[in-house]
Design a protein around this ligand. Structure first.
Ligand code: PLP
Length: 369
């Protein structure tokens, strides 16, 4: 790129015609990420040039990562917090499957997961050459325990439970899944990538304190309001991380358990800043606000005759016709559909009641036609 003299002309950051996206969240109803909290944004900027992947060279961000894992551990009921900040839920899920595969005493490992599991497990299975056994969910979109039981065997390396599913916000019966996993010598992994920052304020049994689970994905860059990229992998004990460690001859530190080498110090710093600011009171307030919004929207849709999946966490799915869905998208609403075609609205922190009211008003306008 040709640079102009900074003293006479501002440096062009975006090519001609390209806009930054300060207002990008105005109509975003489908994302599982959100606007970073102001303290998270500021911390990200301060640590842009740091790399927690090389702790010997960047000790400050490395210490901050320890702080992040300590708070994540507290959120997830982990007595001796261990883990690292990953690029997101995908990486955390892949790494958890890698741990499971390394521990399994078989040449033909399989992983058993409910059909509500995130597609990142398909990537994991592909990369790790694991057989992915997908079992049905029950009528409430939660893992069907009988189906899981029937599917595990001596080659099962991991049983996956989701705590806050991507499509319906459901929480699988985690203690039971852990029991099934351990009966066949497998690990139990909980994917709380999205749900992890709202579930502490509910009655669900989802974390390390509630069940003998082994690994967990829990992402600060989703409901945690950190800047992207800030995912989290937690493990029950640090020896599980050893399964991932490789020697790192050219770095100042000697081994690395992460999937990527260079990592984002911005993500780590912003996660610490957001969690220090918001855990637990701020997250509780946000959960209540988001849950109320979800219930308000579910009610509004129901009153208009749509079939709605009860929002047990702040995520609403409703049977809106394809043509209406497309027309709403045409009006700029960033919405998505479940695998079976329902409209899906995720009530993230940036989603306000005013936004939802505007969305419903647009829906009404379309219905009149
Ligand atoms: N797990 C769950 C439950 C998710 O909802 C998502 C993404 O929405 C992921 C994992 C993947 O996370 P990421 O996109 O940060 O890799």
């Amino acid at each position: 790129m040709r640079r102009t003299n900074a003293s006479t002309k501002p440096l062009m950051i975006f090519p001609r015609g390209m806009q930054a996206e300060p207002q990008a969240f105005d109509r975003v109803l489908s994302s599982m990420c959100t606007e970073p909290h102001p303290v998270a944004r500021e911390a990200a900027e301060r640590f842009l040039a740091t790399n927690p992947g090389d702790p010997g060279t960047y000790p400050t961000i490395s210490a901050l990562e320890d702080d992040a894992i300590a708070i994540l551990g507290e959120i997830a009921g982990l007595e001796e917090p261990a883990g690292y900040l990953a690029s997101g839920g995908t990486e955390a899920n892949i790494q958890a499957m890698r741990i499971a595969r390394e521990r399994a005493d078989t040449d033909r490992p399989n992983v058993v997961m409910p059909e509500s599991g995130h597609f990142s497990f398909r990537k994991a299975a592909d990369l790790l050459e694991i057989e992915l056994r997908i079992v049905p969910t029950d009528e409430d979109h939660r893992a069907d325990l009988e189906a899981v039981r029937a599917c595990v065997d001596d080659d099962t390396a991991a049983v996956v439970g989701v705590a806050g599913t991507t499509e319906y916000g459901r929480v699988d019966p985690i203690p039971e899944l852990a029991e099934i996993a351990h009966e066949v010598g497998a690990t139990c992994h909980v994917d709380a990538a999205w749900g992890g920052f709202v579930l502490p304020f509910t009655d669900y049994e989802w974390n390390f304190a509630h069940a003998p689970i082994d690994t967990m994905a829990i992402d600060p860059h989703k409901m945690g309001q950190a800047a992207v990229p800030a995912g989290g992998l937690l493990v029950r004990s640090s020896d599980l991380l050893d399964e991932l460690a490789v020697d790192t001859p050219y770095l100042e530190s000697t081994s690395q358990a992460t999937l990527t080498g260079t990592r984002s110090g911005a993500g780590v710093a912003s996660a610490v800043a957001a969690m220090e600011e918001l855990w637990p009171g701020g997250y509780r307030t946000q959960y209540v606000r988001s849950q109320n919004n979800a219930e308000w929207l579910a009610d509004a849709l129901e009153k208009r005759g749509y079939e709605v999946v009860d929002p047990t966490l702040p995520l609403v799915a409703a049977d809106v016709p394809r043509s209406t869905f497309d027309a709403l998208r045409g009006r700029g609403w960033r919405i998505s559909r479940t695998a079976t075609g329902e409209l899906r609205v995720v009530c993230m922190p940036h989603v306000t009641r005013k936004m939802l009211a505007a969305f419903v008003a647009d829906l009404d306008r379309l219905e009149v036609r």
